[in-house]
Design a protein around this ligand. Structure first.
Ligand SMILES: C[S@@+](CC[C@H](N)C(=O)[O-])C[C@H]1O[C@@H](n2cnc3c(N)ncnc32)[C@H](O)[C@@H]1O
Length: 259
């Protein structure tokens, strides 16, 4: 099976594992991983790209939540701190190892169940989860395989939310590929989403909505600002409402699904 770029799935996995395992090796001391948020609600309300996620997903207390592509496990820990019973997985064994240490360090290891797995072949039973969440993960996966797995493991009536980079802004794509900036990760085999990709991930769900995020305000990150720049946020609101053709050039998209 190919990833649509002419590489086999195994070749893609190899590139991704090498990259993320090596980044995980830099984080062996989990006490140094900054956890500046009290729980998932706090995190989602303070991160611009997570706009609307908490309101869509609703209360997490007691819910079976699957996190796809958990990386170092920061979000898994925050989901557990919000009362969810979390299952989380990642392709990178090194990342999952750090995630399991992080869960122990924050004393939520009984609520966080971790696995090394690929998003295209989920080792979970049908309809096992009330909620599925993923941040920056769908664009690493093969939608042809991953979308049906996503649908399969979500309960009927369950909800899924994703926040993903979009790849339709040519200037942003050049920056991603060629311009160094602070906290930039090296590119792996990921391909930021197009509208076709979004359609492929959302097909078949009872409801599917998405909203594009960060047009002018993407400059906050690019220019190294740690705080929101209210003028850019206001400009985004007006531009994205009144000039819809600009939405495709946004940096991120929030995708909200109900089965
Ligand atoms: C951009 S990181 C996001 C990690 C985490 N969600 C976060 O927000 O910090 C992408 C993650 O996807 C994982 N990944 C890449 N391909 C994958 C696949 N086919 N199945 C599962 N995880 C994958 C990588 O190992 C990496 O941890």
């Amino acid at each position: 099976m190919s990833d649509g770029q002419g590489n086999t799935l195994e070749e893609t996995y190899s590139v991704e594992r090498t990259k993320w395992d090596s980044l995980a090796r830099e984080k062996v001391d989990v006490s140094k991983i900054q956890m500046e948020y009290t729980d998932f609600d706090d995190y989602a309300h303070r991160l611009a790209i997570m706009a609307g996620v908490v309101e869509f997903l609703g209360p997490l207390q007691g819910k079976q939540v699957l996190e796809i592509g958990c990386g170092l496990g920061k979000v898994s820990v925050l989901l557990a701190k919000s009362g969810a019973n979390v299952t989380a997985f990642d392709l990178s064994a090194g990342s999952v190892d750090v995630a399991s240490q992080l869960a122990r360090y924050h004393k939520v290891d009984e609520q966080v169940h971790l696995a090394v797995a690929a998003g295209e072949i989920l080792p979970f039973p049908d309809e096992g989860f009330d909620i599925i969440f993923g941040k920056g993960i769908l664009h690493h996966l093969n939608a042809q395989l991953g979308a049906s797995e996503l649908y399969r493991v979500l309960k009927t009536g369950g909800k899924a939310a994703f926040v993903e980079p979009m790849g339709m802004n040519p200037v942003l794509n050049v920056v991603r590929d060629h311009v160094p900036y602070k906290h930039k990760n090296p590119r792996g085999a990921d391909i930021p989403l197009s509208y076709t990709d979004i359609r492929n991930w959302t097909a078949g769900f009872k409801t599917a909505e998405y909203h594009e995020l960060q047009l002018f305000s993407m400059l906050e990150r690019g220019l190294g600002f740690k705080h929101p720049l209210p003028a850019l946020r206001r400009l985004d609101k007006v531009a994205l409402k009144h000039l819809p053709f600009l939405r495709r050039y946004c940096r991120y998209v929030g995708i909200f699904l109900t089965k």
